[in-house]
Design a binder for this molecule. Structure first.
Ligand code: ADP
Ligand code: MG
Length: 667
């Protein structure tokens, strides 16, 4: 049955609603206004001359036509004075504007002249208040839709309220029907706020219960307790070229405890760029190997995978462990060879890109999967991985650290480990904000650094010139620098438009110091490690997120040499400059992400898609963080009561159903 027929007989309007994805009465109800128009008197005019006021038509309007355009001019009396009001393309109002008629005018005023954007044939009082504005296809008006919503609200009986009654009471929340009504038809802000609070809380609660339910399920699931020879592990630790920092040790202990427990590990390891997560992952892989299992380390790009392979190779070189690399660009023959050796268990640890988890790839005894720079696995991905092994433990590493409370709230199905302190002996990075877009202020520095044998990154925001921004394009900079340094240094160019092969070539040349200056877009962002490159210049720095700049400068000063990063910006915008000054002032990735999250929001900072940051429809994880935290605690309490006393069964059923169908949060 076509449910929407209960709202309107117009096939056309029903079709328009379908186009917006609205098929049921509940869909209509759930389609909330995205903003409100408020009619409150604005008189006298504000600084921009804007007004909203009521008046009386003082005489006959005049209408002028020019081609298909029309202009209507009418004198209106407002608070005892006469003003001339002009409005375009409303000639049809002419007959309605009888002398003495009360009208509401919205527009802009200049002396005694008003240019109206709207001329409404109603008094102001009748319209004061909040008017919902919906996102609708053309052909549907807000007014029509409001009527449908009203009707739908009266026809629907069950509003699927996910908030148990006792939580409603605890937080003084209105019931869901009222909440929906308040948001669709608010008389004032307070009413709307009350409705919104309930709906946001419900959204967060459902999310938190789902995440924590998944976690509790995992805690109860029977995994394989891995046992390994601790002496052999200690022997391996002694071969490492440095001692672990306290935070690294703690992370290692967390992970080893997980591996030994008879349940699946699903742990989030966050730490700033250069905090030493790779060595932690190598220890996890080694323990897993000692326990008799294969391990896999997945990186987001080929370059990074190759780099991890090299790093692990150096860590494992004194051991028996057999390490291999698998990437998409390898020849079919090479790949086949890896597949065979993975399947028969010859390979102990494999490093690669997502190629690691293609269908063809079979493992003989996969026990641990580690991903780098990807915030989470969705449930589906984990399912796919699970098919590769009986009891796979997961470790997810991220170099965009976020505050712990936020991590716990967002990644509630994971355990969290953090590395804060950087390895000692690391020189503080120096970052300098340089107004303008010329290297002149630090050219001497740059030349001296190159002359001493160092290599330099030059980062630009985009590939080609875009006419409306005074941006330095990467090719432009590349050409200018090639010319300037001709015969002295080699300049390389790297951007997303190149083929993988070309990219690898340039990266390898830079790595081997055949190229001394690498001009690049942000493709180098993640993980590239060239120890001899300790200077970076970032053009149009205001175009980058702070976390991104932080990631970028994480590429330099990784050894014991001081890294120097210059942030060029022509922006005169105070906020933009403040932001750059902020990255200039601190090297703490946690502080930077906190600042960035506030200003740019989680999607921008963490990268919505691959980060797995849930996309809430209503709630804002930063602005509504307190509510999110409350929902997290409530979810925990709810689940405890469920497991202990079998309460809230219906709610858990809903959650189970969501997980089964892979709802938007979990994937
Ligand atoms: P991340 O992956 O967290 O960005 P890496 O694991 O690449 O960081 O480590 C950055 C650099 O610091 C590497 O050169 C690594 O060898 C070195 N390093 C890691 N841990 C330590 C430590 N405890 N002491 C000294 N150097 C370390
Ligand atoms: Mg790393």
């Amino acid at each position: 049955m076509e449910e929407l027929r209960r709202l309107t007989t117009s096939k056309q309007r029903i079709a328009l609603m379908h186009e917006s994805g609205l098929y049921t009465l509940k869909d209509v109800i759930a389609h909330l206004p995205y903003r409100y128009e408020e009619f409150n008197e604005k008189w006298p005019a504000d600084e921009e001359g804007k007004i909203l006021v009521e008046g009386y038509v003082a005489d006959h309007p005049k209408v002028f036509f020019k081609g298909r355009l029309s202009r209507l001019s009418v004198n209106v009396e407002i608070y005892g004075e006469t003003y001339n009001v002009t409005i375009f393309n409303r000639h049809f109002l002419v007959n309605a504007l009888t002398t003495g008629k009360k009208v509401t005018i919205i527009g802009k005023m200049n002396g005694h002249r008003i240019t109206a954007s709207q001329l409404l044939l109603k008094d102001l009082q009748a319209q004061e208040g909040m008017h919902p504005v919906y996102s609708l296809k053309e052909g549907l008006t807000n007014k029509m839709f409001s009527n449908y919503v009203k009707k739908a609200l009266s026809l629907v009986n069950d509003f699927d309220d996910f908030v148990p009654i006792d939580f409603h009471e605890k937080h003084h929340l209105v019931d869901k029907k009222t909440a929906l009504y308040n948001v669709h038809f608010p008389a004032n802000h307070e009413m709307m706020g009350e409705g919104m609070k309930m709906l946001k809380y419900e959204e967060f609660l459902k999310f938190e219960v789902t995440m924590q339910y998944i976690k509790m399920q995992r805690e109860q699931s029977v995994g394989i307790a891995k046992t390994f020879d601790h002496q052999a592990l200690n022997a391996f630790l002694r071969t490492l070229p440095f001692t672990l920092t306290k935070d690294q040790q703690k992370a290692v202990l967390d992970i080893l405890a997980d591996l030994q427990r008879p349940r699946m590990m699903y742990r989030f390891l966050q730490g700033d760029v250069g905090s030493g997560k790779t060595v932690v992952s190598s220890i996890a892989l080694y323990a897993n190997y000692l326990a008799g299992y294969q391990g896999a380390l997945m990186a987001p790009t080929e370059v990074l995978a190759a780099q991890h392979y090299e790093t692990l190779h150096s860590f494992f070189k004194e051991s028996e462990l057999s390490l291999a690399l698998l990437t998409g660009s390898m020849s079919t023959k090479e790949k086949e060879d890896v597949y065979t050796r993975l399947a028969n268990g010859e390979i102990d640890v494999i490093v690669g890109t997502h190629a690691l988890f293609q269908e063809k790839v079979e493992y003989s005894q996969l026990g641990l999967v580690i991903t780098d720079e990807q915030h989470r696995f969705g449930v589906k991905q984990r399912k796919a991985l699970k098919e590769k092994g009986e009891s796979v433990d997961f470790l997810v590493m991220s170099a965009t650290p976020i505050p712990r409370t936020l991590a716990l709230s967002l990644f509630g199905d994971m355990d969290v480990s953090e590395i804060h302190a950087l390895p000692s002996g690391r020189k503080e990075k120096m970052t300098k904000y340089v107004p303008g877009n010329s290297m002149k202020p630090f050219l001497k520095d740059l030349l001296a650094y190159l002359a001493s044998g160092g290599q330099v990154y030059v980062i630009c925001p985009m590939i080609n010139e875009q006419s409306d921004y005074p941006l330095k394009s990467v090719t432009q900079v590349y050409e200018a620098m090639s010319k300037y340094f001709q015969g002295k240094y080699h300049v390389g160019l790297l951007h997303g438009g190149l083929s993988d092969e070309e990219k690898n070539q340039v990266m390898n040349d830079f790595h081997d110091n055949k190229v001394q200056i690498l001009v690049s877009t942000t493709v180098i962002e993640v993980g590239i490690d060239v120890k001899n490159a300790n200077m970076m210049v970032i053009y149009d720095a205001e175009r980058f997120g702070l976390s991104q700049i932080h990631q970028l400068r994480g590429r330099i000063g990784r050894g014991d040499v001081q890294g120097r990063c210059y942030l060029l910006s022509t922006s005169t915008n105070k906020e933009a400059i403040d932001r750059l000054r902020f990255v200039e002032s601190t090297n703490d990735g946690y502080e930077i992400s906190k600042y960035d999250l506030k200003i740019r929001g989680p999607g921008e900072v963490l990268g919505q898609r691959q980060s797995g940051v849930p996309s809430f429809v209503l709630g804002d994880i930063i602005k509504d963080f307190d509510l999110l935290k409350i929902a997290r605690d409530d979810a925990r309490a709810l689940l405890v009561d469920y497991y202990k006393y079998g309460e809230y069964k219906d709610y858990i059923e809903i959650v189970k159903q969501n997980i089964k169908t892979g709802n938007e949060y979990v994937d």
